[in-house]
Design a binder for this molecule. Structure first.
Ligand code: SME
Length: 168
């Protein structure tokens, strides 16, 4: 079996273009995780698919809730990042507290934002659930301000749901 990902140059110029990109990414992700339940392998390939397919990203990856109040770095693509984030800290820890996706148009305007890569200007963090409980987050960073919107939040959540189904 070969694992290739499309080298389509996706446009993010309109909601329609973004939605078409997420339709395509869902299909590619289904292929990547098909028949595989290993969580490290699936989250590693998930990060690679997103990072190498979506335009204008400088980081994409997971933090897992290893204890009740602390996230630990998981599989990712991009520069080395901070390893541990307390619940309630930064965008990732706030996402754990709220249990819902957070779109940050300008990281400099988010109180407590944790700067892992100085190039990051905007960010999207989506929670990951297993059996109704939050088990981590998927974090995307962009060097462009205002890179992410609700269409991206919904689109990434739809990809994360495919991943969550491999845990069932
Ligand atoms: N900016 C995140 C930290 C993780 S890095 O962006 C990879 C935050 O504020 O939680």
């Amino acid at each position: 079996m070969t694992f290739t990902i499309s080298d389509t140059a996706y446009s993010t110029d309109s909601a329609e273009a973004k939605e078409a990109m997420y339709v395509d990414l869902r299909s590619q992700l289904q292929g990547l995780v098909h028949g595989e339940t290993d969580w490290i392998a699936n989250t590693a390939n998930f990060s690679s698919l997103v990072f190498n397919s979506m335009p204008d990203l400088n980081w994409a990856g997971f933090y897992f809730l290893k204890t009740e109040d602390e996230l630990v770095l998981g599989p990712f693509q991009g520069k080395p990042a901070c390893i541990r984030i307390k619940k309630g800290r930064g965008v990732c820890g706030t996402t754990v507290e709220k249990g819902e996706a957070i779109v940050v148009p300008d990281v400099h305007a988010f109180p407590g934002h944790i700067a892992c890569d100085v190039n990051s200007r905007s960010e999207l963090v989506v929670p990951v659930f297993s059996k109704g409980a939050i088990v981590g987050v998927f974090d995307l960073d962009s060097p462009l301000p205002n890179r992410f919107d609700e269409v991206d939040a919904q689109g990434i959540q739809s990809l994360v749901q495919i991943l969550e189904a491999t845990l069932a």
